[in-house]
Design a protein around this ligand. Sequence first.
Ligand SMILES: Nc1ncnc2c1ncn2[C@@H]1O[C@H](COP(=O)(O)OP(=O)(O)OP(=O)(O)O)[C@@H](O)[C@H]1O
Length: 303
Amino acid sequence: MLELRGISRSFGDRLVLDDVSFTVGRGRLTGFVGGNGAGKTTAMRIVLGVLAAHAGRVTIDGEPVTGPQRSRFGYMPEERGLYPKMQLVEHLTYLARLHGFEKRAATDRAEALVERLGLAARATDPVESLSLGNQQRAQVAAALVHDPEVLVLDEPFSGLDPMAVEVVQGVLAERAAQGVPVLFSSHQLDVVERLCDDLVIIAGGKVCAAGTREDLRRRYGAERHEIVAEDDMGWLRDVPDVRVDELAGGSAVFEASQDVAQHVLTAALARGPVRAFTPLRPTLAEIFRDVVTDEPALEEVAR
Ligand SMILES: Nc1ncnc2c1ncn2[C@@H]1O[C@H](COP(=O)(O)OP(=O)(O)OP(=O)(O)O)[C@@H](O)[C@H]1O
C-alpha cells in the first residue's frame, strides 16, 4: 500500500498542500479528483520524489519510500515528455533499457504495449507525427514499459476519445489486478466514477473526502428518490422536509430522508397506483459538489 501521511508543501508563503493524508491500496484504482490548482500535481510530484515535501512522508507498505523503489514507480507527468523525432517502439524500447531491461526483453515489452494500446499501426512512426490522442496513449505506454510496482498518472485520460478511454482504462485495470497501486488524477468525473475503486477528493490543498466509491456514496450526496405515480404528484411540493428537484405530472425526483421518503410513498399509494419508486444513488458530480464548497463551479472543474 502506498501512503501519504501529513504531507504539506508551500511555494513561497503559499501553502498548497496542507496535511494531506490518503492511501492507495494494492490492486486498487484510486482516482484523485479536484479543481484546477487543488494540489493534485504537487502531491503526485512529491510521491515521485520530483519535489520535496516540507512536512509528512510517503511510505510503501509502512516503510519510507527509498530511491531504488522510486525508480520502479511508473509516472506519467503533467508535462508530457517524449523525444519527438524518435520512432514509437524505438522510444519505448529505449525507456525500458534505461530501466535495465536487455535489448530483446525491452523490444518485446515495447511491442506488446504498443499492440495493447492500439498503436500497432503507428509502431515505426516518429512520436511527433502521432495525433494528440495517440501521443497520449504513447505516454501511458512510457509509464508502463518497465513494469512499475506503483503507478502514478497525471490526467491520463485527458484528450482521449471514448474508445481510447476504454483501452487505457483496461490497461490500468489489468495492472491494478496484478497488485499494483494505481493513482491517477482526472477532471473527467464520469470516467473516475466508472473506473475507480477508491477516490480522493482534494480542494485548496486539503483532502476533503477519501474512501471507496460506495463509502462516499453512502456518506455524501443527498438522498434522492424517484417516484412515478398515475396521479399528478404536485402535492409533493407541500410535504415538509421534501425538496422537489424535478416534477412532471406523475413523475417526480425529490430529496428527503429515508423515513420521509417512505411517508411520501405511503401518501402516494393512498392517492392511487404507484408505478415506480426508486432510491437514486448520488453521482460523483453530486458528491463532489457536496464536499467541495469553496471550489470553482463543477462545469469549470469538468472542463
Ligand atoms: N513550482 C511552483 N511554484 C509556485 N507555485 C506552484 C508551483 N507548482 C504549483 N504551484 C501552485 O500550487 C497550487 C497547486 O498546483 P497543482 O498543479 O498541484 O494543482 P492541480 O490540482 O494539479 O491543478 P490542475 O488540475 O490545474 O493541474 C497552484 O496554485 C499552483 O499555482
